[in-house]
Design a protein around this ligand. Structure first.
Ligand code: PRP
Ligand code: URA
Length: 242
């Protein structure tokens, strides 16, 4: 089974010789054009190691996942359009820069996606945030939509869709259907995700090839209960209740 051969690589500063670096499992690479996987830096791998560890307590889980989520938000913002913006510096010189163009909003898939709202607010002050409550049935893994509350003008905005876990992809695909039913085109949605399964990533690429996915890691696969493996368990439980 190809999925059993998890990719590994030496992790450490780029200028360190590979024989001096410890080897760690890194993200599976996928060929879908719409997915951006964060660079597998020593920082990211160390943070992921913390949150994957079943012995990590809730306070540490929150702290370290927040750091990864901040990286995801910063990278996600790179996928929004910018336009030329020239400024004058205090020494009277001009600087040719850019600034963001267009309006954005966040949309979190409750409950776990709400954990990503803080990092979005830290980067985009007073950003509007919509909510979609989707829960996966524990027996069948099928998603159920309970509620949505979204900004009225969402069809005119770029949407950063937030959910840390992409397992079968059912929940996130359902959330995208809700957004599209409100008039948001697929190419104006960027899905920020912490860990994806190869199956979830493939389902997404097949159904919404123009929707950008930014993830920290594509894992090996899914187990018989459709949990991501090796994964980190139930994100919502570990962040909010365990
Ligand atoms: C989790 C997770 C995703 C979904 C992923 O939420 O946050 O929304 O499962 O699984 P899928 O890709 O197979 O649909 P869950 O429904 O467990 O609710 P929670 O956020 O309350 O933990
Ligand atoms: N939801 C989670 O929180 N974790 C998984 O592995 C799958 C769904």
């Amino acid at each position: 089974n190809e999925l059993d051969r998890a990719p590994s690589q030496g992790v450490g500063p780029v200028y360190m010789s590979s024989t001096d670096k410890p080897t760690a499992t890194v993200s599976t690479q996928v060929s879908h054009q719409n997915i951006t996987i964060l660079p597998q830096t020593p920082q990211l791998i160390a943070l992921l190691t913390m949150i994957r560890d079943k012995n990590t307590n809730r306070a540490d889980f929150i702290f370290h996942s927040n750091r990864i989520i901040r990286l995801l938000v910063e990278e996600g913002l790179n996928h929004l359009p910018v336009r030329e913006h020239i400024v004058t510096t205090p020494v009277g010189k001009t600087y040719n820069g850019v600034r963001f163009e267009g309006k954005i909003c966040g949309v979190s898939i409750m409950r776990a996606g709400e954990a990503m709202e803080q990092a979005l607010r830290e980067c985009c002050r007073s950003v509007r945030i919509g909510k979609i409550l989707i829960q996966r049935d524990e027996e069948t893994s099928q998603p159920r939509l309970f509620y949505d509350k979204l900004p009225e003008d969402i069809a005119d905005r770029w949407v950063l869709l937030l959910d840390p876990m992409l397992a079968t992809g059912g929940s996130a695909l359902m959330a995208v259907d809700v957004l599209r039913s409100k008039g948001v085109p697929e190419e104006r949605i960027c899905f920020l995700n912490l860990i994806a399964s190869p199956e979830g990533a493939a389902n997404f690429a097949k159904k919404f090839p123009k929707l950008r996915v930014v993830t920290a890691f594509v894992d090996k696969g899914l187990d018989e209960k459709n949990y991501i493996v090796p994964g980190l368990g139930d994100f919502g439980d570990r962040f909010y209740t365990l």
